[in-house]
Design a protein around this ligand. Sequence first.
Ligand SMILES: Nc1nc2c(ncn2[C@@H]2O[C@H](COP(=O)(O)OP(=O)(O)O)[C@@H](O)[C@H]2O)c(=O)[nH]1
Ligand SMILES: Nc1ncnc2c1ncn2[C@@H]1O[C@H](COP(=O)(O)OP(=O)(O)O)[C@@H](O)[C@H]1O
Length: 227
Amino acid sequence: MAKLFRAAIVGPPGSGKGTISKRIAQSFGLQYLSGGHFLRESLKGDTEAGVLVKTYVERNMLVPDHVMTRLMLHRLEQLNSCSWLLDGFPQTLAQALALNNLYQLDLVISLNIPYETLRERLSDRWIHPPSGRVYNMGFRPPRVQGKDDITGEPLIQHDDDKPEALMVRLRHYKDVAKPVIDLYKSQGILHSFSDTDTDQIWPSISSLLSTKIHTHQLPNTCQTQAH
Ligand SMILES: Nc1nc2c(ncn2[C@@H]2O[C@H](COP(=O)(O)OP(=O)(O)O)[C@@H](O)[C@H]2O)c(=O)[nH]1
Ligand SMILES: Nc1ncnc2c1ncn2[C@@H]1O[C@H](COP(=O)(O)OP(=O)(O)O)[C@@H](O)[C@H]1O
């Protein structure tokens, strides 16, 4: 069987993880799994996990590690035959250690983006909740203002992208991210990218991945099991 490639992308909210992850998934055929999107999905049904998660997500607080880890590791189990890229997980050292017990990551991409850039971008971020498609009124506007390109449904802005919530998220992010970044640095798999612009960073990420992933080695069918 072809060797599977496992990677994660880390960076503050608004650093472009989702935007870059989608480009990576498209160019290199990795299965993309976003922690934030996955949580929002689990809020939809009236499940026990959904109710538990809701109170945290609504307050922009990290879901407790044991809950987040259980949900994500369960999902990853269903992606056993896939090469994947994680976005937004792990965010804490406890999550990183739990992941580490089961999977050896090949690569971690870290995005270092100045605060002012983050603030500007997130205040312009609009999303289409059912699909997770992300727009930006300057950088990637929808074809029709306020509407999703594919379905024409309305776009919304997350409460946690509004300025006050953003400050809290960024401060908190810094505290929890450092030990995670240090862990991956010590494992020799961390690659950091600093710029204000996704399009400037992308060529370097793409060429790094080309040296690590040989697309002919990736399984062309990745069997994903239902949730
Ligand atoms: N102006 C600008 N906006 C960007 C750039 N890259 C991403 N964005 C937008 O910034 C916002 C945050 O990006 P996203 O990928 O969702 O970041 P994440 O929170 O790290 O997943 C979105 O509205 C993107 O469309 C960029 O290079 N310039
Ligand atoms: N790894 C994680 N651990 C705990 N909670 C998380 C994690 N990732 C996301 N969350 C929760 O989900 C919310 C939304 O996540 P976020 O990263 O904003 O998603 P997005 O990818 O849409 O930016 C966070 O405010 C937090 O409550």
